[in-house]
Design a protein around this ligand. Sequence first.
Ligand SMILES: [Zn+2]
Length: 180
Amino acid sequence: MEDERVSYDTRSGCMHCGSLTFSNEYYNAFKVLICNSCKGQDDLISKGNAKSLYLLTDTDLKKLGSIAKSNPQKKNWSPMRLFLLSQVEDAAHKKHGGPEGLEEQRRTQLGAKVEKRVAKRKEDSQKEERAAERVKQIKERIEQESKKGKLSGEGEVYSSGSGVHEKAFGDGPAVEVELI
Ligand SMILES: [Zn+2]
């Protein structure tokens, strides 16, 4: 695979201040010439943020260089992968069609997420409504049957003491109804 990263002439010096010293770490990882004092001008971004904010995949990110930084709080954890923000931005713009394309894509994904959540909530409340409706019907039926004095009919089991009345309706599953 062809390396799409730009190779600089190392004699040209730091891309920010022109200093002839440069960070080997940054050069090896990102193929950019930045001196140690200019490092702070270039933000780094974690892999997770690169994926969620710039909508890049692992495959996209593999093409970019990264440096490993161990988490000072969690030394046993695997080191974090940090990417150069400007390179992540470039890759995201290339992939999604410029800054506008990226923005559009973010909106679409966010919209899809919200829609999914709303649909799920609607489904849940419909399920609850159906369950409530079913319980209501069962209660009504038990009431009617008890009025008719037919309570000792087919498929009914009383577990005395527990207050639970088990009853099988037709071929449906056995249901438990708490008697009030
Ligand atoms: Zn510099």
